[in-house]
Design a protein around this ligand. Structure first.
Ligand code: SAM
Length: 219
């Protein structure tokens, strides 16, 4: 099937380009053991987030949607000395699994999990402590509000990345009226009206199927 084809492709490329990281494996294992849904970024996407973090020299990262902390550990592995991550998660159970994973990865002192609706968490963050990179990966209908808060909290020259903005092409299909698709469409309208940012959406195919990131550069 097509999914086998793209899983094989990811495995092939990873065999040349990725190293084993026990802590990342541990996140997937504990997430599974605790019954968390299998909706983390793929390994390839995680490494891309890690490389972007290094490329822009990000020291302060804000994440919206922690789950078991898989993407968070990829970010954490890219942090320089003194770097810091705040990650927002609604579910107490997810946050608990994630915190244990950050300890296991040796990142417990650099990553702070804030439990509660992310819109509230973000509103409480002060503009005086801006972020270099924001990764938005939670409930998709809230994308416009997360984007608005991320723009307030991201420094000039910083980057905002929104996950799952392609959704197997469904976002561009007007027949699709799902809340997630509508949330992405609303986000695209907000970005179009935002003269302080430039963006593109990169479709990604791999072991998690067809989806993509919207990558936003803050002017
Ligand atoms: N970024 C994670 C990764 O790649 O490893 C995956 C995050 S998962 C796709 C989305 C997470 O957002 C879930 O853990 C879910 O509980 C959380 N979430 C959903 N609604 C939320 C809200 N209103 N505020 C904060 N987190 C929320």
């Amino acid at each position: 099937s097509s999914s086998d084809l793209w899983t094989r492709s990811d495995i092939y490329h990873k065999s040349f380009l990725h190293k084993h990281d026990d802590a990342l494996e541990h996140v997937l294992k504990t997430s599974d053991e605790n019954g968390l849904p299998h909706i983390a970024v793929s390994e390839v996407q995680g490494k891309l987030l890690n490389l972007i973090t290094k490329s822009i020299g990000a020291k302060r990262i804000l994440e919206v949607g922690t789950l078991g902390g898989y993407s968070t550990v990829w970010f954490g592995r890219a942090l320089p000395e003194g770097g810091r991550i705040i990650t927002a998660e609604l579910e107490e159970k997810h946050a608990k699994v994630a915190r244990a994973n950050f300890e296991y990865a040796g990142l417990g002192d650099r990553i702070e999990v804030r439990i509660g609706p992310a819109a509230e968490t973000l509103k409480q963050l002060p503009v005086e402590e801006p972020f270099d990179l924001v990764f938005i990966d939670a409930d998709k209908p809230s994308n416009p509000i997360y984007y608005k808060e991320a723009r307030r909290l991201t420094r000039k020259g910083g980057v905002i990345i929104v996950d799952n903005t392609v959704r197997n092409g469904r976002v561009a299909d007007p027949e699709e009226k799902g809340a997630a698709e509508e949330g992405v469409r609303e986000l695209l309208k907000v970005i179009r009206e935002d003269s302080g940012a430039e963006a593109t959406t990169l479709g990604i195919v791999g072991e998690k199927g067809y989806d993509g990131f919207t990558y936003i550069y803050v002017l």
